[in-house]
Design a protein around this ligand. Structure first.
Ligand SMILES: [Mg+2]
Length: 297
């Protein structure tokens, strides 16, 4: 059963919402954690929206959130490049929101392979052969090669969209050059950015996400408690077959709250004893079991 942590880090897609709808129990759970004085921050590997857009979406869905409490891979990429290649000229295989963040961070965008200091691969639904040609020419001319994230696909209602892994693979395949760094989950660059925002050591935080190879791996790598929610990309069979084991497994976000976990443990059959060790009547246990199952929906 999870204890209460000082800060809760939430993945977004597949964890807090799917498409334009909050996942069951996400709203009340995050609201309750805030009422309990816990910090909540959100992270996404998806660079196709700005942190302002994510904050506006969460606010619209009933979870008022400032942009400063959202971290995505575009922001981490901007920080990464500012530290290593300030003012560099970039060719971006990505969408406008990522380009805007990089320009705002002082970088120049170019489509001239000879003028390109680094190629940035990303989730790009506008990917075409011309972009691959520019990336190919730039890297062969000596440009560095980085990526925002390495997700294979982004879950959307009814399926998924090919994500940055496909763009990275295309560039690696034709250049025979491996991407030098991927700054999104599960990299240490992402976790450093989060801990910088929180100002807390990892042992006082818990990260909750729906992907073993990103959310869970990143938390475990930095010594943080990790909760895997089965509401997104990972099902019970995938979890059972994986060597990556989260600290907690949640059927829904409400299981993060110790108060709910206690009730549902009881409902699952642990006899609840009143004063003097008496078992409560079976009809009372049954009613509580029904109310816990009701929250699953
Ligand atoms: Mg996710």
């Amino acid at each position: 059963m999870p204890k209460l942590y000082d800060a809760y880090i939430f993945d977004l897609d597949g964890t807090v919402y799917l498409g334009d709808a909050l996942l069951p129990t996400a709203g009340p759970t995050i609201t309750r954690l805030r009422e309990l004085g816990r910090r909540t921050v959100f992270l996404s590997n998806n660079p196709t929206h700005t942190r302002e857009e994510y904050a506006a979406k969460l606010t619209r869905l009933g979870l008022p959130t400032p942009p400063t409490d959202v971290i995505n891979s575009s922001l981490v990429m901007a920080h990464f490049l500012q530290q290593r290649m300030p003012g560099a000229r970039l060719f971006v295989v990505g969408e406008k929101p990522l380009c805007d963040v990089l320009v705002a961070a002082g970088f120049t965008l170019t489509e001239d392979p000879r003028q390109t200091d680094a190629v940035i691969a990303s989730f790009d639904r506008t990917f075409v052969y011309r972009k691959l040609q520019i990336a190919f020419d730039a890297i062969r001319a000596g440009a560095r090669f980085f990526a925002t994230n390495s997700d294979r696909y982004c879950p959307v209602p009814g399926g998924g969209e090919p994500d940055a892994a496909a763009m990275i693979a295309a560039i690696e395949a034709c250049t025979a050059k491996k991407v030098e760094a991927v700054v999104g989950k599960p990299s240490s660059y992402m976790i450093e950015a989060i801990l910088g925002v929180l100002g807390l050591p990892p042992e006082r935080c818990i990260i909750t996400g729906d992907r073993l190879e990103t959310d869970v791996a990143m938390g475990l790598n930095c010594g943080m408690a990790v909760a895997l929610t089965l509401t997104g990309a990972t099902d019970a069979a995938t979890l059972a077959a994986s060597p990556i084991k989260p600290t907690y497994v949640l059927r829904q976000l409400a299981d993060l709250l110790p108060e709910n976990a206690q009730k549902c443990d009881d409902a699952a059959g642990t006899p609840r004893r009143g004063r003097g060790g008496r078992r409560e009547p079976s009809d009372q246990r049954q009613r509580r079991a029904i109310s816990c199952r009701g929250r699953d929906r």
